[in-house]
Design a binder for this molecule. Structure first.
Ligand code: ADP
Ligand code: MG
Length: 285
């Protein structure tokens, strides 16, 4: 079995928001960054994968099994890191562990102890005494101590200072390298993904814009810069997203041949960052 995750034509309608027929896959052994602006539908998608929300149509398979029918079996092998651990605030690390551990057949107490000591987590400390970075490490410790093969995290790095963010990201990479796990994590911080993701799924306004390897994405898109006089109604239509000032324009395109054909050598062509791609996709012409 190749895909550890298969999201297929999944839709979910809320009053003011629709997750619109989304599909993407993740191969075993890789890190996928799930990126999009606030309100794009990341948490909704993750809740649907975890069967915490009911989808209107489509299906999700994890480890090749159906996310609803085989939920119990699947969850035994998923490490789910919540964006909020705050409901445990007044308990000690040890007490939270004692609540969580019995849910998993594969709970490994030695592993838990090892991670705690590696991460500098004192079992006697209350959750509310931990920094955000330490809380994240504790959540990860819980996920890793039941030998999960697939780790799903909703915004694990948001709210962390740059130093702890870097630490947590490096940790993800270690997990993948040493233990052959797969990771899906959502973020609205593009630099997180640029650093560690193998694949990027970009969601915007409830629709998937692309789901591809990071290298392909960064190769495919191009940023062009030029004078305003170069723009007309026809070539404007080929630009995916554009920002104009009184001096000129900056635009995003995804076909280099087309750029050369339409604008010739008059425009400046640059490599985009993921942030460029995210920002300009939000600025439809
Ligand atoms: P993200 O995690 O990308 O920031 P979410 O998936 O949390 O976005 O939310 C997407 C949209 O769906 C938002 O506009 C949010 O208000 C709406 N939404 C989320 N959950 C519900 C719900 N249970 N009922 C109604 N609307 C919801
Ligand atoms: Mg969210």
């Amino acid at each position: 079995m190749d895909n550890i995750l298969e999201v297929s034509n999944v839709s979910k309608k809320f009053k003011d928001f629709t997750l619109n027929d989304i599909s993407f896959n993740l191969k075993s052994g890789y890190i996928m960054g799930f990126i999009g602006p606030n309100g794009a539908g990341k948490s909704t998608t993750i809740k649907l994968i975890m069967n915490l929300l009911k989808m209107d149509s489509g299906y999700v398979k994890v480890f090749g099994k159906d996310s609803i029918k085989d939920e119990v079996e699947i969850k035994e092998r998923i490490g789910f890191v919540y964006d909020e651990v705050s409901f445990y605030e007044y308990l000690k690390i040890k007490e939270v562990k004692n609540i969580v551990a019995p849910f998993y057949k594969q709970w490994d107490e030695n592993k838990f102890k090892t991670f705690c000591s590696d991460f500098g987590l004192n079992e006697k400390k209350k959750i509310k005494e931990l920094s955000k970075g330490m809380k994240m490490k504790f959540s990860l410790t819980l996920a890793l101590s039941h030998n999960a093969d697939f780790i799903i995290m909703d915004e694990p790095t948001s709210g962390l200072d740059p130093v702890s963010r870097r630490e947590v990201l490096d940790l993800f990479q270690d997990i993948i390298q040493d233990e052959n796990k797969s990771i899906l994590f959502s973020s609205h911080i593009t630099s997180d993904l640029e650093r560690i993701a193998d694949y990027i799924t970009f969601i915007n306004k409830g629709s998937i814009v692309f789901s591809e390897s990071k290298d392909d994405v960064l190769d495919k898109y191009i940023v062009i810069k030029g004078n305003k006089e170069m723009l007309n109604n026809q070539n404007r239509r080929l630009i995916l997203g554009i920002e104009e000032s009184s001096f000129g324009f900056t635009g995003l395109m995804n076909n280099k041949d087309e750029v050369l054909k339409v604008f010739g050598n008059d425009v400046i062509i640059e490599k985009p960052t993921l942030e460029d791609i995210m920002v300009y996709t939000n600025k439809k012409r």
